[in-house]
Design a protein around this ligand. Structure first.
Ligand code: FBP
Length: 251
C-alpha cells in the first residue's frame, strides 16, 4: 500500500535506518555500543528517521511495547540469511506478514537475489507477500540485489536499472537498490521503477564525504531517499552524519 509509505514520508522522501546485520553478517559488524539494539533504536528515534528495519527477534524483544513503538515506524524484514551459507544466494522467508503486523510494522521488507539460481523461489515468496501485505494495508519494500554466479557486476547501470524495474513489475511499493556509479545512470533506474519509489542501499562503511556525495547524486537523480545501516551506526557520531543526511534528503 503506497499510502502507508506516504504516511511515514517527509514530503515523499525517506531516511531509513537498517539494522538486520546481526543476521546477515554476524556481530563482526558491531562494536561494544552498536551491538546493543537499544543504541541503534535511539539513533533512529533521536535522528528522526522515517523508520527502522529490523528482523523479528530484535523487533519482538526491543521494539514491541517499548517507547520506540509510539514514534518510530517499523519495517520488518521477512527473510534473511547468514553469510556462512556459501551456496548460490537464497534468502528464505522466516516471518509472516501477519506476524509483522502483530509486531506493529507499517511495512515489510524482503530481499530478492536477482539472477541467483534460487531467484524463482524468492519471486514466488515475494508474490505471496505482496498480496498478503496489501490486503492488510502494509507497504512492501523490496531489497533487490542481483547476485549469484552469473552476475558479474551487481552495480553496473544495466543491472541496477533491471533491479529497479523488477520491483515495479512484482508489486513493490518501494525498491532498495545499490548505487549504479553515477547520477545519470541512477536517473535511468529511477525512471525504470516508475511509480515504485527508489531508495539507495547504503553499503559498507566508506568516508563520510564519499557517502554523502553518493546520497546527493541519488537524490538529484530522483531517488526517494536512503535506507542506510553501517555508514550511520558505525560512524563515530551517528547523529552528526544523520543531520547531514537529513539536510541532503529533506531540503
Ligand atoms: P548497509 O547500509 O549497512 O549496507 O545496510 C543495508 C543492507 O541492505 C542491510 O539491510 C543488510 O543487512 C545488508 O545491507 C546486506 O548487505 P549484503 O547483502 O551486501 O551483505
Amino acid at each position: 500500500m503506497i499510502e502507508n509509505l506516504e504516511k511515514i514520508s517527509t514530503g515523499g522522501r525517506y531516511l531509513f535506518l537498517a539494522y538486520d546485520h546481526g543476521l546477515e553478517h554476524g556481530p563482526v559488524d558491531f562494536n561494544e555500543k552498536n551491538v546493543d539494539p537499544n543504541y541503534v533504536l535511539e539513533i533512529a528515534q533521536k535522528g528522526g528517521y522515517s523508520g527502522i528495519v529490523l528482523q523479528k527477534g530484535v523487533a519482538e524483544k526491543y521494539y514491541r511495547k517499548s517507547p520506540f513503538q509510539k514514534t518510530l515506524p517499523l519495517i520488518l524484514k521477512l527473510n534473511g540469511k547468514t553469510n556462512l551459507w556459501k551456496g548460490e544466494a537464497y534468502s528464505p522467508q522466516e516471518c509472516s506478514v501477519a506476524f509483522a503486523k502483530d509486531l506493529g510494522a507499517q511495512s515489510v521488507g524482503y530481499t530478492i537475489y536477482l539472477g541467483s539460481q534460487y531467484e524463482y523461489k524468492m519471486v514466488q515468496e515475494f508474490g505471496q507477500i505482496v498480496e498478503a501485505a496489501h490486503k492488510l494495508g502494509l507497504a512492501v519494500i523490496a531489497w533487490i540485489y542481483p547476485r549469484g554466479k552469473y552476475i558479474k557486476n551487481d552495480q553496473s547501470p544495466k543491472i541496477v536499472a533491471y533491479a529497479a524495474r523488477v520491483g515495479l513489475e512484482l508489486g513493490a511499493d518501494m525498491v532498495k537498490i545499490k548505487y549504479s556509479g553515477s547520477k545519470e545512470s541512477f536517473k535511468w533506474a529511477v525512471k525504470a521503477a516508475g511509480k515504485t519509489r527508489v531508495v539507495l542501499s547504503g553499503g559498507s562503511k566508506v568516508s563520510e564525504n564519499e557517502f554523502l556525495k553518493i546520497v546527493k547524486n541519488v537524490m538529484d537523480a530522483g531517488g526517494a531517499g536512503v535506507a542506510v545501516g553501517r555508514n550511520v551506526w558505525q560512524h563515530k557520531d551517528p547523529l552528526e552524519i544523520t543531520k547531514k543526511l537529513r539536510k541532503i534528503i529533506f531540503t
